[in-house]
Design a protein around this ligand. Structure first.
Ligand SMILES: [Ca+2]
Ligand SMILES: [Ca+2]
Length: 260
């Protein structure tokens, strides 16, 4: 399944009945994608999409659950923004990862989300560790997410004894690499990415942004949605969220938008 150039905005989900084995209060997922509820599905690729201004109890921006029983391919999120979402818990990106599937978040900006109790940026949950490959977060910005506990990143395990590790590379992480033995960081920047208008959620990079040209071009996912309509699905993602060239100035930028 390919989710290409979608906007999920302004949805509300109250506290409903228990519908899933999720941590925290029941109900929620104002912007949710349950990957793999079709047997034999190949995988899920979310490209150039915006999850903005959603409100829920648990899980407001994007809940992406890779079901181990039904999902046969990788899960990829690229060139997307998750911003301005509010929840009690996990207001930004919630990932539940089956280790047998590759999971990659690339060139995504997660910023300006607010949680009343815990985690506004990225909640990563291991589900099934058999055959696990580490999740990979690359060329991504986690910044300005606000919560009393674990504002940017938290890891947890779901019905597994051995959680799946996470690699974070060439990314901005507010507060730096989390002190967790399951998180391996390389090339993590901690400085303000200097968005054009952080409060207004214009998450393009400003002129002095340290996130410009700090990316790893080799880590760009394949162009599964064929953003440039050239029929080449195997090339590195060639465009950014504005559908302008992804690599400008000699190197890829971090986040969803390449600075012109
Ligand atoms: Ca660049
Ligand atoms: Ca292409």
């Amino acid at each position: 399944m390919i989710v290409d150039r979608c906007v999920i905005e302004g949805n509300e989900a109250g506290a409903g009945g228990p519908s899933d084995n999720l941590p925290g209060p029941r109900g929620g997922f104002a912007g949710m994608l349950y990957a793999g509820n079709t047997v034999g599905a190949c995988g899920v690729v979310i490209v150039n999409s915006r999850f903005v201004g959603n409100n829920s109890d648990f899980g407001a921006g994007l809940g992406l659950i890779a079901d181990p029983a039904n999902l046969a391919g990788p899960v990829v999120l690229v060139n997307s923004i998750i911003a301005g979402n509010t929840a009690n818990t996990a207001s930004g990106l919630y990932l539940r990862h089956n280790g047998a599937r590759a999971l990659t978040v690339a060139n995504t900006t997660i910023a300006g989300n607010t949680a009343m109790s815990r985690n506004a940026g990225l909640w990563y949950q291991s589900q099934e560790s058999a055959g696990a490959a580490p999740a990979r977060i690359v060329n991504t910005i986690l910044w300005g997410n606000d919560a009393p506990q674990d504002p940017e990143i938290v890891l947890s395990a779901f019905n597994v004894m051995v959680p799946i590790p996470v690699e974070i590379a060439a990314s901005v992480v507010a507060g730096g690499c989390p002190a967790d033995p399951l998180i391996a960081c390389s090339g993590v920047l901690t400085g303000d990415p200097l968005f054009v208008d952080e409060g207004g959620l214009d998450l393009h990079l400003g002129p002095a942004s340290p996130a410009a040209d700090a990316g790893d071009a080799a880590a760009l996912p394949a162009d599964a949605a064929d953003l440039d309509d050239d029929g080449d699905l195997g090339e590195a993602t060639p465009l950014d969220l504005d559908e302008l060239p992804r690599i400008v100035g000699g190197a890829a930028d971090l986040g969803a938008f390449e600075r012109p």
